[in-house]
Design a protein. Structure first.
Lengths: 114, 115
């Protein structure tokens, strides 16, 4: 089954404790992206990647890191989480070529930083 | 700045009735694509319908259709014969190549379906 797999689905952590949210897709998509969703703000892009070793900042990159060492994986790293990073996070992927392709989304990760 | 505006934070519709969710966007690009996504309580993001900006014909997917007015930069979603399973948050979004292929989302409209 074609899918984007995110783990974990839920995570509660303490301020300053480094964490990684994993994301993997099995569709051979070039494009991968991370979004955060907050009430009343919709979804905002954190980082994206157009191919292996090619990443770039989205609209809200502060406090986050990403890497793209393999085509299928695109982990999101919070080096020193803070309470304002409490949010619902989505990983997504798509083909490139045209902007016609919609994203395939993962199931989301609910992160709480206390 | 490129933006998407969904002016209705909440909407309500009775089962079997029709409802229209509004969306306006602002982009200077001529080639772009528009999408509506549904997010039910399971929080999964589900693609409902897409529209190519260069096509004048409005997209239709079963009970879902759009009214695309390019000059007005308007992209509304019509849901016919509403069902209880249509209750969800609906997000309007657009995507362009020059913007790095990012999907730019509105803030969403919460749709309640009453029996």
């Amino acid at each position: 089954e074609a899918q984007v797999t995110q783990n974990p689905r839920y995570l509660i952590t303490v301020t300053g404790k480094k964490l990684t949210v994993t994301c993997s897709q099995n569709m051979n998509h070039e494009y991968m992206s991370w979004y955060r969703q907050d009430p009343g703000l919709g979804l905002r892009q954190i980082y994206y990647s157009m191919n292996v070793e090619v990443t770039d900042k989205g609209d809200v990159p502060e406090g986050y890191k990403v890497s793209r060492k393999e085509k299928r994986n695109f982990p999101l790293i919070l080096e020193s989480p803070s309470p304002n990073q409490t949010s619902l996070y989505f990983c997504a992927s798509s083909l490139l070529g045209t902007a016609n392709y919609g994203y395939t989304f993962g199931s989301g990760t609910r992160l709480t930083v206390v | 700045a490129q933006t998407v505006t969904q002016s209705q934070p909440e909407m309500s519709v009775q089962e079997a009735e029709t409802v229209t969710l509004s969306c306006t966007y602002d982009t200077s690009e001529s080639d772009y694509y528009l999408f509506w996504y549904k997010q039910p309580p399971s929080r999964q993001m589900i693609l409902v319908i897409r529209q190519e900006a260069y096509k004048q014909q409005n997209a239709t997917e079963n009970r879902f259709s759009v009214n695309f007015q390019k000059a007005a930069k308007s992209f509304s979603l019509k849901i016919s014969d509403s069902q209880l399973g249509d209750a969800a948050m609906y997000f309007c979004a657009y995507r362009t190549a020059p913007s790095g292929y990012a999907l730019n989302f509105g803030k969403g409209t919460s749709l309640l379906v009453t029996p």
